[in-house]
Design a protein around this ligand. Structure first.
Ligand code: 2DT
Ligand code: MG
Length: 211
């Protein structure tokens, strides 16, 4: 692993609006860390491969309709079903670079008008990230980036409300990176944040989200 001391891996989460560059930056960070000889895996939520994930994917594609609270709990269940694997990977020394996590869960559902405390409740007890990188891009700018893919939530007015909720979730583990900077500049900042995090968390215990 990163520091070669046999410590645990880091849980690194990337968050941001749709088209903020998360997926591209996750891929770049992953290959950088692999190149450094660091045991790393790229994960994403929703994980559309599980049976819960397939229900979520159908909902996002507008192929099914679900009550707002029901879909919220499915997104959360999709993280819970991966929790034990996540824990064993991290304890085994593998760093996970995760594209979206509980913050997406809360920000997107709260943007629909659900109570934020209610949205946070099912996330309590999931593993707490060591580092959350928020790729900050104006909703209008994100929308200009080659447009959206046509899934549910991909509308600029909705994304503006999501951005406000993301803002209210920021805490000490968050690093806000200006996602409107050139890709290479963003990439460089992420590398440094990730490397620091990996070496710092080796001797730290894993903790749970408390909220
Ligand atoms: P992707 O475009 O990244 O596949 O996300 N979402 C995501 C939620 O509403 N709740 C969640 O818990 C998560 C992880 C964000 C698909 C959409 O799903 C939203 C965008
Ligand atoms: Mg999307």
């Amino acid at each position: 692993n990163g520091g070669g001391k046999g410590g645990r891996g880091a849980l690194i989460v990337l968050e941001g609006l749709d088209r903020s560059g998360k997926s591209s930056q996750c891929a770049r960070l992953l290959s950088f860390l692999e190149g450094k000889g660091c045991a790393t895996e790229g994960w994403r939520f929703p994980d559309r491969d599980t049976s819960v994930g397939k229900m979520i994917s159908a909902y996002l594609a507008n192929e099914s309709q679900l009550d707002d609270r029901t879909i919220h709990l499915l997104f959360s269940a999709n993280r819970w079903e991966k929790r034990s694997l996540m824990e064993s990977k991290l304890l085994g020394g593998t760093t996970l670079v995760v594209d979206r996590y509980s913050y997406s869960g809360v920000a997107f559902s709260a943007a629909k008008g659900l109570d934020i405390g209610w949205c946070k409740a099912p996330e309590v007890g999931l593993l707490a990230p060591d580092l959350v990188i928020y790729l900050d891009v104006q909703p209008e700018k994100a929308a200009e980036r080659g447009g959206y893919g046509g899934e549910r939530y991909e509308r600029v007015e909705f994304q503006k409300r999501v951005a406000e909720h993301y803002h209210s979730l920021r805490d000490l583990t968050w690093k806000v990176v200006d996602g409107s900077l050139p890709m290479e500049t963003v990439e460089e900042q992420l590398r440094e944040l990730a490397m620091n995090c990996i070496s710092e968390c080796q001797d730290k215990h894993l903790t749970n989200l408390t909220w």
